[in-house]
Ligand binder design. Structure first.
Ligand SMILES: Nc1ncnc2c1ncn2[C@@H]1O[C@H](COP(=O)(O)OP(=O)(O)O)[C@@H](O)[C@H]1O
Ligand SMILES: [Mg+2]
Length: 547
């Protein structure tokens, strides 16, 4: 996970984080909607089926009561009129009684009865509709039972309507009193039957209703719990993802900041503390760039310090050597005078004189080295056939008789060199090799000759010059320092040979390396740029021609 994250850019990390959060929120919303749908469905069932059914039944019961009541009232009015007629002392038939009623007295009651009958009819229909809506298919046993029950209730309701209508019809038909009373009685019987049925039904439905309500409440509670649980989970995951991403971005940034501040305060090693930051996002790039900058700065600083040291050393050495030259000349001349004055007199000081002269020569050599190293005059480069030039130099340069020189000069290249200075390169390398092989503290293994191989080879745009000896090799602890000025392992050395060589090689646009060193010997390799083809004629002479 960390590795995968390490390879992402900050933008990708943020996109991933937000994507995860959006996914979480969306799944949360999905769960909520699904739960709500379930609750709504349950609620619908509750409202439509049971609620409407029960409500219309209750209303029907009320309307039935009103119908019976108003019908009874009509009968009562007739009854009243009858008793009034009896009190007045006369028997009368229904028709006569009704004729004596106030005009319109029965009409108001009849209208009332009609209204209540219509109401009863309407609610019965509503109840029937609600039942049909849920049990209309009649497929399950429950549905069938519910439909049968409904038909029963409807039949009973219709019986009330019929009874009421029957009672009204008897009065309208001016039937005799006992018939009217019997009709009324029958209507009340039917009504009370209806009441029993409907009451029982309402009680049953109410129980059912509260059961449903409980289950719906349970569903709502459960859905709330699930929702809260998921919300908590989402918050936790979101928080985790957020912290993880923030950590992924923030940790390298704050480490980079610390390192930069330390570096700014002068701790040059601070950049290395970021070596284990592996991310390849923008911060990773910054870290890499910062580390490179720090390394470059350190290298530049070291180089600068070294150059400053060398230039100061050069100035001092130059002045001192220059000042020593004249007194040394005076000593040499004086020694020559001594020698002349003392020769043939048997004073026995010849050997001392010789030692003094050798010492003066060595001092001269050291001064020449110093001056060579510190010299910075302009170079005059001329194209030469390199192999021949090296051969001529080997002819003229004397090496100890114990050392054999082997030539392998086969570059075939022309190079542009300042011959006077380039000599120093070869002479120093040859001398170092010879000195290493003739060192008093070292004897070559049996069967090994003291050989220096000088080789030139073509190497593309470069000419490769190798000086190979069969000496003891450079000690491992000395190897990193051999190009430093004044580093020497010799009692008579100055330690300016290789630094001078390196300087001249670089002035020629080349490089020098120890290609190999060990108990079998040492190989120094110098790479010098080849004179480009077509420019093999000496540039200077061409210029002179033109002039
Ligand atoms: N061919 C070689 N074999 C072994 N050691 C070498 C060779 N060339 C150079 N060195 C080592 O490098 C050191 C530095 O050489 P140089 O700069 O020429 O100074 P110097 O010759 O005055 O000591 C030598 O003192 C020696 O230890
Ligand atoms: Mg040397």
């Amino acid at each position: 996970m960390n590795r995968l994250f390490g390879r992402m850019t900050i933008r990708q990390k943020l996109q991933l984080g937000f994507g995860a959060l959006i996914l979480l929120v969306m799944s949360l919303a999905g769960i909520t909607v699904r739960n709500n749908l379930a609750v709504r469905q349950d609620y619908q069932l509750l409202a439509d089926d049971s609620f409407t059914g029960v409500r219309s039944l209750a209303q029907a019961e009320l309307k039935a009561a009103r119908t019976v009541e108003s019908t009874s009232e009509m009968v009562h009015i007739v009854l009243q009129a009858y008793s009034n007629a009896l009190e007045a002392g006369g028997g009368a038939d229904t028709a006569t009684l009704i004729a004596h009623l106030e005009p319109g007295e029965l009409d108001a009651v009849k209208a009332e009865i009609k209204e209540q009958q219509d109401g009863l009819r309407q609610y019965l229909q509503e109840f029937s509709g609600a039942t049909d809506k849920f049990h209309g298919a009649g497929t399950t046993a429950d549905d069938k039972a519910a439909l049968t029950e409904r038909d029963g209730i409807l039949a009973e309701g219709k019986a009330i309507l019929d009874a009421s209508a029957g009672a009204v019809a008897l009065i309208d038909a001016r039937a005799d009193l006992p018939s009217i009373l019997a009709g009324n009685e029958k209507m009340e019987e039917v009504d009370s039957a209806f009441f029993w049925t409907v009451d029982a039904k309402i009680a049953e439905r109410t129980a059912e209703l509260s059961e449903r309500r409980d289950s719906t409440e349970g569903l709502i509670n459960k859905s709330t719990e699930t929702l809260l649980g998921f919300a908590a989970l989402a918050i936790l995951i979101g928080l985790g993802v957020g912290l993880f991403i923030a950590d992924q971005i923030a940790t390298p940034v704050s480490r980079l900041r610390d390192a930069v501040m330390k570096f700014g305060a002068g701790d040059v090693g601070a950049a290395e503390s970021l070596a284990d930051v592996k991310s390849t996002d923008e911060v990773g790039d910054l870290v890499v760039a910062f580390r490179k900058m720090a390394t470059d700065l350190e290298t530049a600083n070291t180089k600068l310090a070294r150059n400053q040291r060398l230039s100061m050393l050069g100035q001092v050495a130059g002045t001192v050597s220059h000042e020593l030259r004249n007194p040394l000349g005076a000593i040499r001349v004086s020694l020559a005078v001594f020698r002349k004055l003392c020769s043939g007199k048997g004073l026995g000081i010849e050997r001392s004189l010789e030692r003094a002269e050798r010492s003066v020569s060595r001092c001269d050599g050291i001064i020449a080295d110093l001056l060579e190293y510190t010299r910075s005059r302009d170079m005059t480069r001329l194209p030469v056939a390199f192999d021949a030039w090296v051969g001529a130099l080997l002819d003229e340069h004397a090496l100890p008789p114990a050392v054999t020189v082997r030539r392998e000069l086969a570059s075939g290249y022309t190079v542009a060199i300042d011959g006077d200075r380039f000599r120093q390169i070869l002479i120093n390398l040859l001398d170092n090799a010879a000195q290493a092989m003739t060192d008093a503290g070292w004897t070559p293994p049996a069967g090994r000759e003291r050989t220096i191989t000088v080789r030139t080879e073509a190497a593309g745009p470069h000419c490769r010059l190798s000086v190979i000896d069969t000496g003891p090799g450079i000690p491992a602890d000395a190897l990193p320092k051999i190009f430093e000025p004044l580093f020497t392992t010799k009692s008579f050395g100055v330690g300016l040979g290789l630094p001078t060589v390196q300087k001249i090689v670089e002035q020629h646009g080349g490089t020098i390396d120890v290609a190999r060193t060990g108990p079998e010997g040492t190989e120094f390799v110098v790479w010098i740029p080849r004179q480009p083809a077509g420019q093999e004629q000496p540039a200077e002479s061409a210029a002179q021609h033109a002039a």
